[in-house]
Design a protein around this ligand. Structure first.
Ligand code: M6R
Length: 364
């Protein structure tokens, strides 16, 4: 039931404050200021290496998580799309944790990767939304997302719930490794607990984003740029746009622009720049200005400070609430989803059932 929403995708975008809160509840002891796992005595202290494998949007959640695991827990992370993982003869030593991420828990390549890693003696953690799925059953550590059923083929609420679980897992691992003081743990819990309200703040920009859809709907190509954890978000934005609006879109690490893709820029290519104010902001903005100098039409997604500093010369700006960098990917996912949604609606495509795509890819 879509309720009073026009599409399941729209409904699912709007459910995010609730389902993210619901998911975080199993991973945070808010009053105590502590992170927790659904299996409280699961010992992570011996984990020496993490391998993350997933497909599509779930892969981009994994890509964000790689930054978090390395930053907080200082554990090296390998990351692969599931369809490639087994074909590169991955080296998996004892003491490794394999994390599969999947909304459905049934994606064939991801499941095959899980089984391969299990044979190689890895501990398997599964971040899945369907608790009865094959991956949920076969994992040693089940880390559920509580997004509820996701009907739209374009994944939205599952993604932000995956990010929430992965952030909490990174904090748990850091703690188990003795790399998180009680005070740091408290701060992380505090920031994560702010995510649902911040998502609400992002949703408040819906109408404004709808107003920008026309500027993108007529384009043949669209670029998304980001740095750090905003780079996977750029990839996610491009995937979301291409799958439901059929517009060719690419996500790039902002600094990669001048190594090739900048050749594509002219006044017909909208460029979506994802750049919360913070340590990486200046660098991304200078990449953005290179785009503008070549006539590129930029839509800047940032917070008030970022828009104040760099919004001039953009064809449109999207103002997000000011949030801690840890939760920025969770919050900035929302405008990226809304933009794809409104562009698809403007183009009149089948938003919930885009051509050629299945909700769950159960063949390799
Ligand atoms: O069920 P999974 O999370 O394993 O699915 C992975 C991908 O097939 C999925 O994220 C796909 O890319 C979505 N259509 C993206 O919106």
């Amino acid at each position: 039931d879509k309720g009073n929403h026009r599409h399941f995708m729209q409904k699912e975008i709007y459910e995010q404050p609730i389902v993210v809160a619901q998911t975080l509840r199993s991973y945070l002891q808010r009053l105590e200021g502590k992170v927790a796992l659904p299996i409280p005595d699961f010992d992570l202290s011996g984990i020496k290496r993490v391998t993350i494998v997933a497909c599509g949007t779930s892969f981009y959640a994994g890509m964000v998580a790689k930054y978090w695991f390395e930053q907080f827990a200082r554990v090296p992370v390998d990351l692969d799309v599931a369809s490639e993982f087994r074909y590169r003869a991955p080296v998996m030593e004892p003491g490794g944790l394999m994390i599969v991420i999947s909304q459905s828990g049934e994606t064939a390549d991801t499941l095959a990767a899980l089984r391969h890693a299990k044979n190689e003696g890895q501990t398997i953690a599964a971040v899945v939304n369907v608790p009865t799925s094959s991956m949920a059953r076969e994992a040693d550590l089940l880390l559920p997302t509580h997004a509820g059923p996701e009907i739209g083929v374009a994944s939205t609420k599952a993604f932000t719930c995956q990010l929430s679980v992965l952030a909490a897992l990174a904090a748990n691992l850091a703690k188990a490794k003795g790399r998180l003081s009680a005070d740091e743990e408290k701060q992380i819990v505090r920031h994560l607990a702010e995510a649902p309200a911040a998502i609400n703040g992002a949703l408040a920009y819906d109408e404004a984003i709808e107003g920008m859809a026309g500027a993108v709907a007529g384009a043949r190509d669209v670029l998304y740029l980001g740095r750090g954890t905003d780079y996977p978000l750029a990839l996610e934005g491009a995937l979301k746009l291409k799958e439901i609006s059929y517009i060719h879109a690419e996500g790039y690490a902002a600094g990669e622009m001048k190594h090739g893709p900048i050749a594509l820029i002219d006044e017909h290519v909208p460029v979506i720049v994802i750049a919360p104010s913070g340590p990486l902001f200046e660098k991304t903005v200078s990449n953005m200005q290179e785009v503008q100098a070549r006539g590129g039409k930029v839509i800047l997604i940032s917070d008030y400070d970022g828009i104040e500093a760099a919004g001039d010369g953009c064809i449109a700006t999207i103002t997000m609430p000011k949030v801690h960098p840890l939760i920025a990917p969770i919050v900035y996912a929302v405008p990226v989803q809304l933009l794809a949604y409104h562009v698809a609606v403007a183009k009149g495509t089948d938003v919930d059932q885009p051509r050629n795509l299945a909700k769950s890819v159960t063949v390799e």
